[in-house]
Design a protein around this ligand. Structure first.
Ligand SMILES: *Cc1c(COP(=O)(O)O)cnc(C)c1O
Length: 280
């Protein structure tokens, strides 16, 4: 059962609702995070909350006070006896609230959802997933906005297998997928877009740290769309997916069409080193 912290208390999610006057509903003004909780302990919570602070600042939402309250709200729920060992997600949202001072939102609302995590299926992990090309730049890449419409539109139109859409700028730079960072492996190097062109993914940061520590060569630049066909491997990262192989992008098969060894090695490293980023 999902629980929500809203308006000063924890309650079943179905009892919580946002007023229709909120700008999150009327204009899509809002930012959020999905924080993985493993066995009662938040994973990389500080990194997520720092990013949320950056998202709201970038969006003109004045929410410094809210950011300061979030660790207590999350830990407060995890500390309750019945939530011992909880495995799932804590998802803080900050909305624009009701007041719009020409692009500045001085009176935001916030809520935190606690719910189960629905990661990739065993089959998706084993066989890899298909992405749908989305020839659009994601606007304001450093903001984790609640508005995913620009990612959903091409996904909805694609008729065959599909997992997420993949943003490719009109100039042919491959940036990130709908809710994950994107990587290719080519000529012995891992290539991924630099932060600023894409969201500063928490999983991306951790994977790049582990890659460097373990002797992988990394190039931070946007892969060209034309390089996809030449890649040996591709994969995406995100808090729920961790590391997930990509075997096809639209009509373009990646490598031999099967998950590759680099994605597998990095996922093993991630699982093995997870403890280093637990916010005890
Ligand atoms: C959430 C998200 C990611 C992944 O970020 P993590 O911090 O690793 O979960 C990447 N790109 C976009 C657009 C996202 O919304």
């Amino acid at each position: 059962m999902a629980v929500c912290y809203y308006d000063g208390k924890y309650a079943p999610m179905e009892e919580c609702s946002l007023p229709l006057t909120d700008l999150a509903i009327q204009r899509g003004v809002g930012a959020f995070e999905s924080i993985r909780i493993y066995d009662g302990t938040p994973f990389a919570m500080t990194m997520h909350l720092d990013r949320l602070a950056g998202s709201v600042a970038g969006a003109g939402i004045e929410a410094a006070g809210i950011i300061g309250k979030l660790p207590g709200v999350i830990r407060g729920w995890l500390a309750q006896e019945e939530n011992r060992g909880f495995d799932g997600l804590a998802k803080p949202y900050i909305t624009g609230g009701d007041v719009n001072n020409r692009g500045v939102f001085p009176n935001p609302r916030f809520f935190v959802i606690f719910e189960d995590s629905h990661g990739p299926t065993p089959e998706e992990r084993e066989k890899g997933v298909v992405l749908v090309p989305n020839h659009t730049a994601r606007p304001f890449p450093l903001i984790k906005s609640t508005n995913y419409l620009f990612g959903f539109i091409p996904l909805g139109k694609a008729e065959d297998a599909k997992f997420e859409s993949l943003y490719i700028t009109p100039e042919g730079e491959v940036t990130e997928s709908m809710s994950s960072n994107f990587f290719i492996c080519k000529e012995g190097k891992i290539v991924t877009a630099p932060v600023g062109k894409v969201l500063k993914g928490v999983t991306r940061d951790i994977i790049l740290t582990l890659a460097a520590e373990n002797g992988f060569k990394v190039e931070e630049r946007c892969p060209r769309e034309s390089e996809l066909a030449e890649a040996d491997e591709a994969f995406i990262t995100g808090s729920v997916k961790e590391v997930l192989p990509v075997v096809r992008i639209g009509a373009v098969k990646i490598g031999n069409g099967r998950p590759g060894p680099v994605a597998q090695a990095l996922r093993h490293l991630f699982v093995k080193n997870k403890g280093r980023w637990m916010d005890k």
